[in-house]
Design a protein around this ligand. Sequence first.
Ligand SMILES: Nc1ncnc2c1ncn2[C@@H]1O[C@H](COP(=O)(O)OP(=O)(O)O)[C@@H](O)[C@H]1O
Ligand SMILES: N[C@@H](CCOP(=O)(O)O)C(=O)O
Length: 321
Amino acid sequence: MAVYTSVPEDDLAHFLAGYDIGQALACKGIAEGVENSNFLLRTETGPFILTLYEKRVDRGDLPFFLGLMEHCARNGIRCPLPVRDRTGEALGMLCGRPAAIVTFLDGMSGSRLDAEHCAEAGEALARLHVAARDFPVPRPNALSFSGWDSLAAQAGTRADSVEAGLSALISTTLDDLRGTWPDSLPRGVIHADLFPDNVLFLSGRTPGIIDFYFACTDMLAYDLAICINAWCFDAEHRYDAERGQALISAYDRARPLEADEIAALPVLCRGAALRFLLTRLVDWLSVPEGALVQPKDPREYSRKLEFHRGVSNTADYGWSR
Ligand SMILES: Nc1ncnc2c1ncn2[C@@H]1O[C@H](COP(=O)(O)OP(=O)(O)O)[C@@H](O)[C@H]1O
Ligand SMILES: N[C@@H](CCOP(=O)(O)O)C(=O)O
């Protein structure tokens, strides 16, 4: 459950009065997700998602996210559409938080992931990169390499209270990446959080993509590395080469990887694992009082990072062209 900000009935009624979607019939907090307060909103005209944006979403970035969703939908991606109010605005304020309503997307997140799910996710990621290629608005990635030192400093040595040796693993990885992090790979709009809970599968339809709230401009192959970490490890956090082969080859068929992207995958996977280790660790160490949220375990990503530290080339992921 992630609800940091509750929405009283009369505040919701006042908010909805500015829209043409009818009156609320139900509004229920949603269990999944950890970043924002999400509600399944049913009105007289159908189901929607109401999101109140919390600490990691800068209000100034919301036009980028909402505009990107509209751009991707126009370019063949099955994703939510922002609902505009009577003044044409997609973004409002509710209970002191920036808030938006988006269309409800049918589909289910894959609970027992297999190679087929991974292939669909790999293709969906590549199609998203191609569809967003001409989105005109840039957005720097605040959670890329340049942002990791400050996240590590926020956790500091408290990291070792979560797992022995974790602060040393973090500082050693940061030192290793400082000299090797790529800076000349193909760039574009990336989703940056395409985890299984953000892909909705529905028979006969392309996978639905939600949660564009980490989207930004960065290396496209870095987004692939984020997916390798999120989709290609089993419940015991062991790498599954069959899933990796399926995901990477499906991506490569839809957007062919360049030679230097292929060569950089191991270092990108280490960086991607560190990024989610750090954000999970900071959240794990600072759950706000009274928040209804189940923070995600950072140790899942220390395992993944340790795996990648032993990878010497991309063939170790089970894929080669
Ligand atoms: N447009 C949508 N259609 C259907 N379900 C959605 C939609 N947006 C969010 N959800 C549901 O809400 C959950 C949390 O949303 P998400 O955007 O992942 O959280 P957060 O805002 O914390 O990043 C998702 O896992 C999904 O189950
Ligand atoms: N996917 C991130 C956490 C953010 O998840 P969201 O669904 O709330 O955007 C992780 O697994 O660490």
